[in-house]
Ligand binder design. Structure first.
Ligand SMILES: *[C@@H]1O[C@H](CO)[C@@H](O)[C@H](O)[C@H]1NC(C)=O
Length: 369
């Protein structure tokens, strides 16, 4: 499981538990907050022995920015009406929570000296400007959360220690060339809900980046971007305006095991369009305009999940999903959805699903979920 997912999971759990000294204030039902408690758990997990963090003793004269709560290297300054980053953040801070304020700008020296910082939460502010040198002092930063702000570009000079970047729901239209150069430890980037068009991805935008998980959902893409990192294992491009999977579109993405293309305008998957993604486990193509099951599925040995509901599929051939010889398929399907299509379900031959783990795994009927 990816760290991105773990954060969400823990966030969900922690949000339901009772108030603790670390429960975030002002938890909004819109999911606009980051759960600091789950971040702390992650931080402890990420430390090899964990003891350095837990058994920390308070210094004799602790400093803490006015109005914030400081405890065990966690500095919480959320929902305080701050318009800028406080100047007196303790130098040994590991987690800095500034979410839900009115910060408009990150200045050059805002994070000066915070070399131990592990996670920086700036979600839900009014940030439109980040000084290009602002993140340079953060030599140990692993998690940077900038979602729900007003940024128009991804900040430059991100720390090479970074593992996770969330910059969802900003006003980013352009990813400049080599924005992520030198980030070799990245696991996950969340770029969804930004008005990014294909033309906004400059040549080499993702050069030099090693990455497992990328999400550019709810953007303005009309095609699958071709120059994303070839290390990607998960690519989520749902809720865009992508109309075709071209023959060459997925050439670089042979490591993908999850591909999300639901809620697009796919009418066509060119012959061979799925040829390069033979490691795929999950393919989400629901809520598109496809008129047939894509060609090439029977050859995909590891494919387990295919969502095709809410398309315009009027016929399902008996060999649409399964190879003619059982030995070809390494893993049987455990989920195929076909409901909400104009196909006459009673005409689909049962043998169509001969390589499915059990009958429950096929959602065929004309009901909507
Ligand atoms: C669905 O497919 C039929 C042909 O099978 C076509 O006439 C119709 O225009 C398609 N609908 C959409 C919304 O593309």
């Amino acid at each position: 499981m990816h760290l991105c997912m773990i954060t969400l999971l823990l966030g969900g759990l922690a949000a339901t538990s009772q108030a603790s000294p670390f429960s975030p204030r002002g938890l909004s039902p819109l999911g606009k907050t980051v759960d600091v408690r789950s971040l702390m758990l992650l931080m402890m997990n990420d430390q090899e022995d964990g003891s350095g963090f837990v058994d920390f003793e308070m210094p004799a004269f602790p400093s803490c920015p006015f109005g914030c709560q400081c405890n065990r290297k966690v500095v919480q300054c959320s929902d305080l009406g701050l318009t800028s980053v406080p100047y007196d953040i303790p130098a040994d801070t590991r987690l800095l929570d500034l979410q839900g304020n009115f910060i408009t700008e990150i200045r050059e020296n805002d994070f000066k000296g915070l070399k131990d910082l592990y996670a920086l939460v700036l979600v839900n502010n009014l940030i439109s400007k980040v000084h290009p040198r602002a993140f340079l002092p953060l030599v140990g930063l692993q998690k940077l959360y900038l979602s729900h702000n007003r940024l128009t570009t991804v900040p430059r000079n991100l720390p090479s220690s970074l593992v996770e970047l969330r910059i969802h729901d900003n006003n980013i239209k352009k990813i400049e060339s080599r924005t992520f150069a030198g980030l070799h430890k990245m696991n996950c980037i969340e770029l969804g809900r930004n008005p990014i068009r294909n033309s906004g991805l400059e040549a080499g935008a993702f050069d030099g980046l090693n990455l497992n998980f990328l999400r550019i959902s709810e953007a303005k893409l009309t095609a699958i971007p071709k120059d994303l990192p070839d290390s990607l294992r998960e690519l989520h491009l749902d809720h865009n305006q992508i109309h075709t999977i071209g023959q060459e579109d997925l050439t670089h993405y042979g490591e993908l095991y999850r591909l999300g293309l639901g809620h697009n305008r796919l009418r066509r998957i060119e012959y061979g369009g799925l040829y390069y993604v033979q490691s795929l486990r999950e393919l989400h193509l629901h809520h598109n305009l496809l008129s047939s099951v894509p060609a090439g599925l029977p050859e995909m040995k590891h494919l387990q999940v295919v969502y095709l509901h809410s398309n315009n599929i009027s016929k399902v051939e008996v060999d649409a999903f399964c190879p003619s010889s059982f030995s070809v398929k390494k893993t049987f399907y455990n989920s195929i959805s076909l409901y909400d299509n104009p196909v006459r379900y009673w005409e689909v031959q049962p043998a169509t699903f001969r390589c499915v783990s059990d009958r429950q795994a096929v959602q065929l009927g004309n009901y909507k979920k």
